[in-house]
Write a new protein. Structure first.
Length: 301
């Protein structure tokens, strides 16, 4: 009898040693979305997107959009960067059909951690797919955690001034689930440290105060760039193209160029929230521009 079809099976957790730290990337969830264009490069002819997709052997019409939090064990503290989608799809009517169920907690379990083990939750920015796993049923998911927010990011969503139409619900959500955590939170400026070896880097643009985090241990360096680039081909090879989910389009372009240049020049490993799993790569620079080079075995040696 022929073997029965078993369906997709793909890795969802990936852990490696990084100097004195251990770092893991976790696939919270993923969705397939329609139409790279006009969500990306909407100000340009669709044909340019089709040519770019063809050159990179990807589908021009459909793309996979993963959500990949990172957890760093410094040996003293377990630090989680972003919380994925959590129960938003079930709890918030407005996000139904847009976001998948978050599976971060189940997959933290595969890594040997319970929610109670998380000492610090760092929120890179206030968009739903990053704050969604902070609470479930109105209760904090990480009972022992302290929180870290970028000061400018927290302030923007809390004040609620100049929030563009497409982010009005996002603002309500932030006020509902993130603002009440303020009394257990620290608010960082670029350059501030979360813990020794973990430093905030300004990456504003995609969100008003988006923060990337530079991780350094035992002479190794990695940048958690969060949503600096949200597609491994389009945003990296065409950083100047506008992206509809960027809150400040021009600033996002300038930030992408600056961070890509820094990553290539300094040879940083990158952990990207929306890069193909395991969301780890390096940036190569050539005359043609920048390119995402997925990590092979460099982190395993
Ligand atoms: Zn995101």
């Amino acid at each position: 009898m022929p073997a029965s079809m078993q369906g997709e099976m793909q890795p969802a957790v990936y852990r490696f040693k990084f100097g004195d730290f251990e770092i893991a990337n976790i696939m919270d969830s993923k969705v397939v979305r329609e139409g790279l264009h006009p969500s990306f490069g909407g100000e340009r002819p669709a044909e340019e997107m089709h040519a770019l997709a063809r050159d990179n052997r990807i589908d021009p019409q459909r793309y996979e959009h993963p959500f990949i939090p990172t957890v760093v064990n410094t040996g003293k503290e377990l630090v989680l960067f972003d919380t994925g989608n959590g129960a938003l799809r079930r709890e918030r009517e407005q996000l139904r059909g847009r976001l998948p169920d978050g599976r971060l907690i189940e997959r933290l379990g595969e890594l040997g951690y319970t929610p109670a083990d998380v000492d610090v939750v760092v929120i890179t920015h206030g968009h739903p797919d990053h704050i969604g796993g902070l609470t479930e049923g109105g209760q904090p998911v990480f009972p022992n955690a302290r929180y870290v927010f970028g000061a400018a990011e927290f302030d923007f969503w809390k004040r609620g001034e100049n929030v563009r139409e497409a982010r009005k619900f996002n603002r309500e959500l932030f006020v509902d689930i993130a603002v009440p955590l303020a009394d257990r939170a620290r608010f960082l400026k670029p350059g501030d440290e979360v813990a020794p070896g973990i430093r905030a880097v300004d990456a504003a643009g995609h969100a008003p105060g988006l923060m990337a985090y530079h991780i350094e241990s035992g002479g190794k360096r990695l940048l958690i760039w969060a949503d600096t680039c949200i597609h491994y081909v389009v945003a990296v090879q065409r950083p100047e193209w506008h992206i509809d989910v960027d809150d400040d389009k021009d600033k996002a372009v300038a930030t992408r160029k600056r961070i890509l240049d820094m990553a290539a020049t300094e040879g940083l490993f990158i952990a990207g929230f929306h890069m193909p799993f395991p969301g780890l790569g390096l940036i190569e620079k050539s005359a043609a521009g920048h390119r995402w080079v997925p990590v092979g075995y460099q982190l395993n040696l």
